[in-house]
Design a protein around this ligand. Structure first.
Ligand SMILES: Cc1cc2nc3c(=O)[nH]c(=O)nc-3n(C[C@H](O)[C@H](O)[C@H](O)COP(=O)(O)OP(=O)(O)OC[C@H]3O[C@@H](n4cnc5c(N)ncnc54)[C@H](O)[C@@H]3O)c2cc1C
Length: 461
């Protein structure tokens, strides 16, 4: 099996690279070990799209600022929700206030427009965030910052790439990469491939930097939509050099408060910290909590073996989603020149339409139900998701094959009931569409079966 290019890993980076390269006359495959692409992106449906004004590293800033512009265009093209919220950075502890000026000056030096210092101007702050209930005498405001649904973006890149000929090889684990005379031999648990170029995105650990890593906990508290006067702007409070609190307004309403600290916080500790920026935070509005470990924020695009045909994208960064399309374009430009490739004449830069029942007018709903009555059968009453949408997400290119895949694509089961009413319905639809036994339907990966056995034999289940 010969390819021009093998992309290893189907995270947001792999999907964005596949999308960029699918525009050219190249024979490409992407190898991913899981059942689905972009499976490692956090389940919460919001990612912040940064503008390069918050990082001290000039190269990361450039990737963020370029990536932000590309993401805004891609979201428009693929109909992915993109909410420009703006971001207010405050320093409730006085010792961090000079940091705001430093960041402002760096942003100016980098030529990032739309970044302002606001000082002793309650009216300006109120205009940006009318629901802010704390006194702020100084803030750094960036108009550019937005939130998106990262999984939606990744799946859009992948679907368009697949429609334009990229071969997505899911459930294949890369076990060996060998340099051969005119390229590489890549061995998976199922196949052996040869190719001219390998783009490796599977290994995010920068080994040589490991000892310097200062691992931190990112504690997340998800507040549901019922709260009054919730904040609609991203708000960041730098408490000290290694602790901050961030409010992320979600794409689907509700708020996610993230607290970076040196240990895992209890819910009570987290809520106390959240009150710094959001005094109305209360336990009864919390719908979920989770914790992630962050490490050194650095991305390396290692092209030191480019003459042999090998590029590796490695490292972790809180803005890696923002950077993904910029990294993909850099890789495409490099390959375009060295492989001397031509653009496809029949390239289709469009994602197949997705119909979201929740976002439709009654007129549109009646129209789609008259074409397919499954759009009139609501499976998830929290988020108003219909059977028609679930069937479509399974039947699309790179369709969902797991319960989590269906949830991520449609939002089914992600409402306040956390899927307690609709999980079994999703399982049944997946089994029917894939012609499988319901006992074989998995949550997200191999062996994550949900139903273990029947307890009684009925004629139907
Ligand atoms: C808590 C947290 C919050 C974040 N928030 C934001 C944000 O607000 N904004 C933002 O821009 N970014 C954010 N990020 C960054 C971002 O979510 C991730 O860094 C990004 O999704 C990583 O993408 P990736 O493609 O590099 O890696 P991955 O998603 O890890 O992709 C690598 C893929 O390779 C596959 N793989 C691994 N080994 C093999 C193998 N041997 N064979 C085949 N396949 C293999 C994996 O299954 C995986 O799918 C956040 C990150 C974290 C941790």
């Amino acid at each position: 099996m010969d390819y021009d290019i093998l992309i290893l890993g189907g995270g947001i980076i792999g999907c964005a690279v596949a999308y960029e390269l699918s525009k050219y006359n190249l024979n490409i495959a992407l190898i991913e070990k899981d059942y689905d692409v972009a499976d490692d992106i956090s389940f919460i449906n919001t990612a912040v799209i940064y503008d390069g004004s918050e990082t001290s590293d000039d190269f990361m800033a450039k990737l963020e600022n370029t990536g932000r512009n590309l993401i805004e265009k891609a979201c428009k093209k693929f109909n992915v929700p993109y909410k420009k919220t703006g971001a207010l950075r405050i320093a409730s502890k006085n010792n961090q206030k000079n940091k705001l000026d430093i960041m402002y000056n760096i942003a100016k030096k980098r030529g990032i427009d739309g970044v302002h210092i606001i000082e002793n101007d309650d009216e300006a702050i109120q205009k940006i965030e009318p629901n802010l209930n704390i006194k702020i005498d100084k803030a750094l405001y960036s108009e550019n910052i937005a939130v998106i649904s990262p999984y939606d973006l990744a799946i859009s890149y992948a679907e368009v790439a697949a429609d334009n000929g990229v071969n997505f090889r899911l459930e294949e684990l890369v076990i060996d990469i060998k340099n051969i005379s005119n390229g590489f031999k890549v061995t998976t648990n199922k196949n052996k491939f040869s190719c001219k170029v390998v783009i490796n995105t599977i290994d995010n650990e920068i080994v040589e930097d490991k000892l310097e890593c200062n691992y931190k906990n990112m504690n997340y508290i998800l507040f549901e939509n019922k709260m009054e006067n919730k904040l609609n702007t991203i708000l960041i409070d730098d408490i000290d050099d290694s602790t901050f609190i961030i409010n992320n307004p979600l794409i689907s309403e509700g708020n996610l408060i993230g607290i970076k600290s040196d240990h895992m916080l209890t819910l009570e500790e987290g809520i106390d910290m959240a009150k710094n920026i959001f005094p109305q935070a209360r336990k009864e509005f919390v719908s979920n909590i989770f914790n992630e470990v962050c490490d050194k924020d650095i991305i390396v695009i290692d092209d030191s073996n480019f003459d042999k045909g090998y590029i590796k994208v490695t490292g972790n960064h809180y803005g890696k989603i923002t950077m993904a399309p910029a990294i993909a374009v850099m890789i495409k430009d490099k390959l375009k020149h060295s492989l001397n490739v031509t653009r496809k004449k029949d390239y289709i830069d469009k994602r197949r339409d997705v119909y979201r029942f929740n976002d439709m007018s009654n007129e549109e709903r009646n129209e789609i139900i008259s074409l397919d009555k499954r759009y009139g059968n609501i499976v998830c009453s929290c988020n108003n998701v219909s059977e028609g949408e679930i069937v479509d997400c399974i039947r699309r290119p790179l369709g969902a094959r797991t319960v989590e895949g269906v949830k991520r694509r449609t939002g089914v089961g992600l409402g306040t009931c956390n899927g307690s009413y609709c999980n079994i319905k999703i399982i049944k639809i997946l089994a029917r569409e894939m012609n499988k036994n319901i006992l074989d339907i998995v949550e997200d990966s191999k062996d994550s079966n949900i139903l273990s056995s029947r307890i009684k034999e009925f004629r139907e289940m």
